[in-house]
Write a protein that binds this ligand. Structure first.
Ligand code: ADP
Ligand code: MG
Length: 235
C-alpha cells in the first residue's frame, strides 16, 4: 500500500483510496500503480515529481475523470467520480476543474478572448458578463492586450499565461497542471509557475502540479514523488 498522509486540517478536496491503473499493452496488463492512497486538503498546492513514465499524467487524468481507474475510488469535493457515468464526469469537470497543459492547448481558430469565453459558455455564463469576466482574467495575468489576437501570434510564455487565465476564468475549485513549463525555457517557465502559484493562492484553489523540475516544485505546500507505483514523501 502506498499512502501519502497530510496533516492539514482542511477537509480533503481530493481523496484517492486503493487506486489502481493498468494499461493493456499487446495483450499484457501493465500496472502503473496498484494501491494508491492520497488525500489533498482543500487549498493545498501539491507538486508531483517523478521520472518520465512514472504515472504522473495517468494520475492527473484519473483525478480529472478523463480516464478511469482500473480499481479503487476517486473522490473530488465529496463526489465519487468512479461512480459517475461519462457525461456526468464531463459536467463535473467543466464546473469544478481547470487545466494547464505542457502544450498550452489553446484553440487555434479562436481568439484569445474567445478561448476564455468557451469554458464560461459551457457553464452557462454568456454575453457581456462573460466578456467582462474573461477580460478581467486576462488582465490578472497581464495578457489583456492580446485579447483579439489568435494564439499563434503569441510567444509560448504568453500562450501559457492565456491558458492559466482560461483555466481559472470559470472559478474552479481544483487546478490540474501537467508539466506546464515543459515547452518553455527555464526563465519563462519559472515566471509562469510563479504566476500560476500566485493566482491559485489568491483564489484559494487546490492545485496538483506535475513537474519534473525540483525548482518549480519548491513553491508547493507539499512535494510527493511518484516512484515505482507509489507516492513517496519529499523530494
Ligand atoms: P508520466 O506522466 O509520469 O511521464 P504517464 O502517466 O504518461 O507518466 O505514463 C505512465 C506509464 O503508463 C508509462 O509506462 C506509459 O508508457 C504508460 N501509458 C500511459 N498512457 C498509456 C496508454 N494510453 N496506453 C498504454 N500505456 C500507457
Ligand atoms: Mg506526463
Amino acid at each position: 500500500m502506498c499512502t501519502a498522509q497530510s496533516n492539514a486540517m482542511n477537509p480533503p478536496l481530493i481523496q484517492l483510496s486503493g487506486l489502481s491503473k493498468a494499461y493493456q499493452d499487446e495483450g499484457r496488463s501493465q500496472a502503473v500503480f496498484t494501491d494508491l492512497n492520497l488525500s489533498v486538503p482543500a487549498g493545498e498546492m501539491l507538486a508531483l515529481l517523478g521520472r518520465s513514465g512514472s504515472g504522473k499524467s495517468t494520475l492527473l487524468n484519473i483525478v480529472s475523470g478523463v480516464d478511469r481507474a482500473s480499481g479503487g475510488q476517486v473522490m473530488v469535493k465529496g463526489v465519487d467520480l468512479s461512480a459517475l457515468g461519462e457525461h456526468q464526469r464531463t459536467l463535473f469537470r467543466r464546473r469544478h476543474m481547470g487545466f494547464v497543459f505542457q502544450s498550452f492547448n489553446l484553440i487555434p481558430t479562436l481568439t484569445v478572448l474567445e478561448n476564455l469565453l468557451l469554458p464560461l459558455d459551457l457553464n452557462g455564463i454568456r454575453g457581456r458578463a462573460a466578456v467582462a469576466r474573461a477580460e478581467a482574467a486576462l488582465a490578472q495575468v497581464d495578457v489583456e492586450a492580446f485579447a483579439h489576437r489568435y494564439p499563434d501570434r503569441l510567444s509560448g510564455g504568453q500562450q501559457q499565461r492565456v491558458a492559466i487565465a482560461r483555466a481559472l476564468v470559470h472559478g474552479p475549485d481544483l487546478l490540474l497542471a501537467d508539466e506546464p513549463t515543459g515547452n518553455l525555457d527555464a526563465d519563462t517557465g519559472a515566471v509562469v509557475v510563479e504566476l500560476l502559484t500566485r493566482r491559485c493562492r489568491e483564489e484559494g484553489l487546490t492545485v496538483v502540479l506535475a513537474t519534473h523540475s525540483l525548482e518549480l516544485a519548491a513553491g508547493a505546500d507539499r512535494v510527493l514523488r511518484m516512484q515505482g507505483g507509489c507516492l513517496v514523501e519529499g523530494e
